[in-house]
Design a protein around this ligand. Structure first.
Ligand SMILES: [Zn+2]
Ligand SMILES: [Zn+2]
Length: 277
């Protein structure tokens, strides 16, 4: 499984807003600026087949309009675009289009073939194809200030990637940590957990309880210090990782196509120890 971070920051941060792409076909969140960032990194927004939205805050959702435009302005999809998110997803997309480009939804909708999967309090599952490969997606509610989903993506080789979404520490985070080999975790604050987010202190405690789990922090604020646990790392915006069920390999953030090495906060530690084998 190839994982590329598009953004890794909280709202008030030099880092881009938090989103990530799996195997160039499954996009996790569409925050402000994420479509332009994908293009900068040499990624193709039109190649996304499945989009997982954790919640509808703007720093996770507001580029959804541009995902649709990237997919439908110049071309017509041949397969459905699967959109998984909390209840009310489809209605929110319609409302955003009405605000942003009145009258355009009726034109874009048939060209992009959206298939909405709305998930409520009991969580849910989806399985199907993305980029020609088979995946299972499991969604679980987490604890944020609005309805929010954490996700676990499993590929056809059994590699499991978890993503907490924005959340306070809660049982669903523990479950994701127990069932994933790599976990993308909300690390918004240094020590104090507030406003439905986790702190580095909680993320490092989680890492201590799950020593075989690789944790990649995201939604990082600029005042969060470097992690000290060997199995916690701060990815750079645009950084790419290769995962399988046991190993996580970090690629040099400077090697990302088109990425400006100084665009994100520089990595504060050497990631060479992230090659486990
Ligand atoms: Zn949020
Ligand atoms: Zn957020």
């Amino acid at each position: 499984m190839e994982l590329q971070f598009i953004g890794t920051g909280s709202i008030v941060s030099d880092r881009l807003s938090s989103s990530a792409l799996v195997d160039e076909a499954i996009l996790i969140d569409t925050p402000n600026g994420s479509m332009k960032a994908m293009r900068r990194y040499g990624l193709k927004p039109e190649a996304v087949d499945v989009c997982l939205i954790t919640h509808f805050h703007a720093d996770h959702f507001f580029d959804i309009v541009f995902l649709f435009l990237e997919q439908g302005l110049l071309r017509q999809r041949g397969t459905d675009l699967v959109l998984i998110g909390p209840l009310g997803f489809e209605e929110r997309v319609q409302r955003l289009f009405e605000l942003a480009y009145p009258g355009s939804w009726e034109h874009i909708r048939p060209r992009t073939r959206p298939s909405f999967v709305e998930i409520g309090d009991n969580g849910g599952e989806w399985e199907g194809l993305a980029g020609g490969r088979h995946y299972q997606v499991k969604a679980r509610p987490v604890q944020h200030t609005v309805p929010t989903l954490g996700y676990r993506v499993t590929d056809d080789r059994g590699t499991t990637l978890g993503c907490t979404g924005d959340t306070a520490y809660c049982p669903a985070v523990e479950e994701l940590a127990s069932t994933s080999s790599t976990l993308i975790a909300d690390t918004t604050f240094p020590t104090e957990a507030k406003a439905g987010h986790m702190s580095l202190r909680e993320v490092e405690a989680l890492a201590g309880r799950h020593p075989d789990l690789h944790i990649l922090s995201t939604h990082i604020s600029d005042d969060v210090p470097a992690p000290t646990r060997p199995n916690v790392a701060f990815p750079a915006d645009g950084q790419r990782f290769t995962l399988d069920s046991h190993t996580l390999t970090a690629h040099d953030p400077r090697a990302s196509d088109g990425a400006d090495a100084d665009a994100g906060k520089p990595l504060t530690k050497n990631l060479s120890h992230w090659r486990f084998s």
